[in-house]
Design a protein around this ligand. Structure first.
Ligand SMILES: CC(C)[C@H](C(=O)O)[C@@H](O)C(=O)O
Ligand code: SF4
Length: 469
């Protein structure tokens, strides 16, 4: 009998092409997603060395970070820098024979949303992209992580990647989530618990009753933010929920190939007794809706809480950094979270820009009006999410409530396109990063779930969604 293995061990082992004595491995890569920000030099490198893309059919390119989310975008991108990047990807995809979704393609959207939608992302695969939130795809029981631009070139040229094995961490979330508490709150709570460096050197597998109960959308939200916890990747073993989502997706296996795939996917579970180097256990029943107060995703507190006082921190470096975060955020210790007033609300991103997120928002805002002092936007994660939302009439609900309803893209998740905060503007955001300047120079970001962002847009300040009527 071979030793029990974790899910990560199994996927890693199944993709080893070569292993050196020092543990350095060459891994086969099943799927490569490409966006316009981290690929230009990689394609240029191929051109200069006269190489081709080794497996164009295992590569999929899309524009997301730099696209405008205005309906005007069909008339061309105005921003010079953005236009150059978008045009470069279009040309590179054409020159190298890679499938490409332009901003006018209904399948276009944020790279981590379109992979799963197309069935390009499948259980058991190794998936890479020159983007840190590639961890999202781990929700399918795939080993997925971000890579740098030189690695993008390596994968384009060889369909392999040099990797060393990471350690195994298990995060088990037991019990059932209370009404109003979501996947986003789970992952913010986990990062609050382990810190942004807590997952460094690990691949995290999420398990437990509360994880099993999540939809694929919720699982993607969790895995998406693994990187904010410092982990190389996040994983959730595939199960019936996964198979039901994947079945009949455009690029999913069909017929006999589906049956064979399913048989293999079912083996991709951590074995009984498999060794984890670190184990964290959380009780879902005890989780509140969570709001971030600082400039790191670990700076989180219950919506019922107050802005913490850095004076209470004994470690001097940490105290100084949290003091700085509060200054940046323009907050005073002791302020009730529900007393924090907002200027902007952003609903979207690869963390929470999927259909289930938009349905949750619609439920909260139906028949209500966005606060007079709040500017609120909803950005679907992809053209297909937008189409689905409109088929369900969600856009009508959003527009009637006074939300801006946009075209798909990364939008105000990061200030790389026209959507950004003005200095000192305070925003409730469903995205994943609240770093200084992330949503615009001197902008102030509070990370929350879609339902919490929706309620904040209506109320004009944070409210406990559990009290929402
Ligand atoms: C632009 C890109 C390289 C970056 C990433 O890697 O994550 C972006 O998507 C982000 O979320 O900060
Ligand atoms: S939505 Fe945000 S986190 Fe996701 S890929 Fe785009 S910029 Fe990165």
């Amino acid at each position: 009998m071979s030793a029990p293995r974790t899910l990560y061990d199994k996927i890693f082992d199944d993709h080893i092409v070569d292993r050196q004595d020092d543990g350095t491995c060459l891994l086969y890569i099943d799927r490569h997603l490409v966006h316009e920000v981290t690929s230009p030099q990689a394609f240029e490198g191929l051109r200069m060395s006269g190489r081709k893309v080794r497996h164009p059919e295992k590569t999929l390119a899309v524009v997301d970070h730099n696209v405008s989310t205005s309906p005007e975008r069909k008339f061309g991108i105005k921003n010079e820098e953005s236009r150059i990047q978008v045009e470069a990807l279009a040309r590179n995809a054409r020159d190298f024979g890679v499938e490409y979704y332009s901003e006018n393609d209904i399948r276009q959207g944020i790279v981590h949303i379109i992979g799963p939608e197309q069935g390009f992302t499948l259980p058991g695969m190794t998936i890479v992209c020159g983007d840190s939130h590639t961890s999202t795809h781990g929700a399918f029981g795939a080993l997925a992580h971000g890579i740098g631009t030189s690695e993008v070139e390596h994968v384009l040229a060889t369909q392999t990647l040099i990797q060393r094995k990471a350690k195994n961490m298990l995060v088990r979330v037991d019990g059932q989530l209370p009404e109003g508490v979501t996947a986003k709150d789970i992952i913010l709570a986990i990062i609050g618990e382990i810190g942004t460096a807590g997952g460094t050197g690990y691949v995290i597998e999420y398990a437990g009753e509360a994880i099993r109960a999540l939809s694929m959308e919720g699982r993607m939200t969790i895995c998406n933010m693994s990187i904010e916890g410092g982990a190389r990747a996040g994983l959730i073993a595939a199960d019936e929920t996964t198979f039901a989502y994947v079945k009949d997706k455009p690029r999913a296996p069909k017929g006999a190939a589906w049956d064979a795939a399913l048989e293999y996917w079912k083996t991709l579970q951590s074995d009984e007794g498999a060794h984890f180097d670190k184990v964290i256990v959380l009780d879902a029943a005890k989780l509140p809706p969570i709001v971030s107060w600082g400039s790191s995703p670990e700076d989180v507190v219950s919506v019922q809480g107050i802005v913490p006082n850095p004076e209470d921190i004994t470690d001097e470096n940490k105290r100084t950094s949290k003091q700085r975060a509060l200054d940046y955020m323009g907050l005073t210790p002791g302020t009730k979270i529900t007393d924090i007033s907002l200027d902007r609300v952003f609903i979207g991103s690869c963390t929470n820009g999927r259909i289930e997120d938009l349905r949750a928002v619609a439920k909260v805002v139906e028949g209500k009006k966005v606060s007079a002092h709040v500017d609120a936007m909803i950005v679907p994660g992809s053209g297909l999410v937008k189409e689905q939302a409109e088929a369900e009439g969600l856009d009508k609900i959003f527009l009637a409530a006074g939300f801006d309803w946009r075209e798909p893209g990364c939008s105000m998740c990061l200030a790389m396109n026209d959507d950004r905060l003005k200095p000192h503007e305070r925003c409730a955001s469903t995205s994943n990063r609240n770093f200084e300047g992330r949503q615009g120079f001197k902008g102030r970001t509070h990370l929350v779930s879609p339902a919490m962002a929706a309620a904040a847009a209506i109320a004009g300040h944070f409210v406990d969604i559990r009290d929402w009527k």
